[in-house]
Design a protein around this ligand. Structure first.
Ligand SMILES: Nc1ncnc2c1ncn2[C@@H]1O[C@H](COP(=O)(O)OP(=O)(O)OP(=O)(O)O)[C@@H](O)[C@H]1O
Length: 221
């Protein structure tokens, strides 16, 4: 398997506080990486930098064999829209829209698919997360676990090379956490690499590698 992500010498400070210091790691297609660490050690910062939402002060990020610095703006947009997926603590749903419309908007923004293909993708991804019965429900009427599964369905709509999950079990119960593991395994089967930031030991057996972020340094456990 080839590397989907390679990070070299990543450094980030906020004012005089160094959050990341010479962080390095590699991630192969279909590998699952778990990042642990105490609160405030910079896990979200690392995730945001690797997912192109934030810039590092120094260091290299090589995505799919090419340095991110050598991608132009349009190519970066393409990676963000078509190759990366995000599962964040708040699920960024449009509360007054139905589950279907939440996914529909996302698909029309990120692809040029026709209506019947869109319908097929939405139904398939909702089926995969066990939420087809809620397709017409408004997002604001869903439980925490259901909301998270809509966010997951959004990630599953189109094939992704790399998915980022920041504390994905923070707001859900054990049963939904188990469902989440199942979905991560399905993503892995489809050759999607996943980086999970979590305090939850539930991901230990799922992860191919576990790292600890402490004092700005990332060390493999
Ligand atoms: N935009 C910012 N400006 C200034 N300081 C920031 C900014 N973002 C994060 N920080 C600081 O950087 C440090 C790392 O924050 P980060 O959110 O990455 O930690 P974390 O390990 O994800 O924490 P938690 O587990 O509590 O979510 C914290 O001290 C935080 O206050």
């Amino acid at each position: 398997m080839v590397n989907i992500l390679k990070v070299r010498g990543l450094t980030k400070s906020y004012e005089d506080h160094t959050v990341l210091e010479n962080v390095e790691f590699e991630l192969k297609q279909n590998e699952i990486m778990l990042i642990k660490g105490r609160s405030g050690t910079g896990k979200s910062t690392l995730l945001n930098i690797c997912s192109m939402l934030e810039n590092p002060d120094a260091g290299e990020i090589i995505f799919d064999g090419k340095n991110l610095d050598s991608y132009d703006h349009k190519e970066k947009q393409d990676i963000l829209r078509n190759h990366l997926g995000y599962i964040f603590q708040d699920y960024n749903l449009f509360e007054d829209l139905t589950v279907y419309d939440n996914l529909y908007i996302y698909l029309t923004l990120s692809s040029d698919l026709n209506k019947s293909k869109i319908n097929e993708l939405i139904r398939n991804s909702l089926d995969e997360v066990g939420l087809l019965s809620k397709i017409k429900s408004k997002a604001k009427l869903l439980s925490g676990g259901e909301r998270q599964r809509v966010a997951l369905a959004r990630t599953l709509l189109l094939p992704r090379k790399l998915v980022f999950a920041d504390e994905p079990t923070a707001n859900i119960d054990e049963e939904n956490s188990a469902k989440l593991i199942n979905i991560f395994n399905k993503l892995k089967d489809k050759n999607t690499a996943i980086i999970i930031v979590s305090h939850d030991d539930i991901f230990d057996s799922l992860a191919d590698k576990i790292y600890l972020l402490e004092g700005g340094k990332l060390c493999q456990k």
